[in-house]
Design a protein around this ligand. Sequence first.
Ligand code: FAE
Length: 557
Amino acid sequence: MSISRRRFLGHAALQAAAASSLSAFGLNAAAADTSRDQRFDPGLARPAMPLGQLAQQGRLPAVVIGSGYGGAVAALRLAQAGTPVVMLEMGRLWTQPAADGRIFAKTTAADGRAMWFKSRTEAPISTFLGLDVINRNIDRYAGVLDRVNFPGISVYVGRGVGGGSLVNGSMAVTPKRSYFEEVLPQVDASEMYQRWFPLANTVLGVNHVDPAWFEGSAAYRFARVARDQAHQSGFKTMFVPTVYDVNHLAQEELNQVPRSALAQEVIYGNHHGKRSLDKTYLADAVGTGRVTIYTLQQVRRVRVSPQGGYLLDVREIDEFGKVLADVQLHCRKLFMGAGSLGTSELLVKARDTGDLPRLNEEIGRGWGHNGNVMAARANHLWSPTGKLQSTMPLMGIDDWEHPTRPVFAEITPLPTGFENWVSMYLGVTKNPERATFRFDAATGQVRLDWRREQNAKSVQDLRALLDVINRRQGTAYRTDLFGGGKVVADNFTYHPLGGCLLGRATDDFGRVKGCPGLYVVDGSLIPGSVGVNPFVTITALAERNLARLIAEDGLAA
Ligand code: FAE
């Protein structure tokens, strides 16, 4: 079967599963064989047996926890090698509209679908003109975006089939080779840049904007204004590749297709245009017929199975948080793809409670926020940034070569729907500070010991760059967007990385030291910084590691 047909079938099965309200599903092989005309066929989804029943059938060959980038690569490559895969995802499937015709919440009138069991939205831009007009009360529900609040920093993550791909800004950036070599010196960079980055970019569907279209697009005036000011101030800019379909973007502007990026959609989910993982890697994985996805299943505990391999405690909830079942599941091989927070939390807890006593001291260490900080400038009235702004950034100021304060500042929109004269930036900075996940026996919780002061260098470095632009333009910072009169938002990150570092907590391919058959496949392998937005690197590294694991660890059927 060709890849594109497999992807079509997998994608259709993901839609059909949601249409039939299935919380556990795979591809129905019989339906797949008969639906060669590529029409939507509700029979494409194979309802899977309840997890409790599956647990009675003995040890599973392979379980993947989490359906983000690392988990999706693991599921696809294991399945292609012939291994049946059970994927456990704590969020829900986001492929079918609810009664109001929408899959995701409206950005400007958010409801429970926006956030993971919160009573009020917690958007990164929390105020406008200093007023609390952005966030609103919502029903507690298994929504798509989570903000995990630690004392020193808040971390945004995606929840649902596709993990962060459901909520992120689609920026698909391959890191600079010299910095990649600095961060992960044990990885063969030639192989990464010749083989694994190109493969990841292809399967993710990374594409590039046509510069001529960009110059004429009303929705990117905000980016051109910020670019021109950067150039006038002596900085370089670059286009940022994206997994948002750039043709769709162009058609949105002409009103030929329904608007999504041009309708303020991003952090609470995009209805159109975005090549999230459920349309790429996960569709391919389900399309193999060997991957079964269980949604709304949170893994709460990992320990050694008396049968050999691992024993998982899994809690099934409904969309409103009601506990439906607690199940124990044995597996031979376990792949941790729960993201930097999820994987680190489970493994730190397992080590410190004695469930996996052979886990080493490196588990939980080396966490960083990829130097994320945000800031905004107020332009003069004669430099409008446009009332129509696309949510998908396509350009960044590249000052990474600076000798003392490398900064990659993405030019991000502020799509309020009216002219706001704002130029906004997401800074990726080089901050050497790191934090550790620690188990607190008194509360049974895992905490991250990052302190706000550790962000001082990132704040200083982004300001140093933007100060130059402000001086040149005669402009000032906006102080009304991040709460408390802040100039630079230093209290949250979109890019959690590390906690189970490659070569430290694991060997050089993600095998967890001291625990045969246990693997880490997600962003927790990367030591806190990668200099650009991380998902392409997470995906490419997972591709590289899985190829080795399948070849050497008896993972092929
Ligand atoms: P991730 O995608 O977070 O997937 C982990 C999955 O595991 C999630 O679906 C969880 O629900 C699930 N999970 C966690 N714990 C459990 C458990 N105990 N049991 C079952 N399931 C569990 O991990 N990156 C870019 O490169 N470009 C961007 O433009 C960009 N923009 C972003 C914007 C936002 C608002 C956010 C939140 C992130 C953004 N990122 C961006 C970061 C990117 O999405 C992130 O690095 C990757 O998603 C991380 O991939 P992982 O595979 O590590």
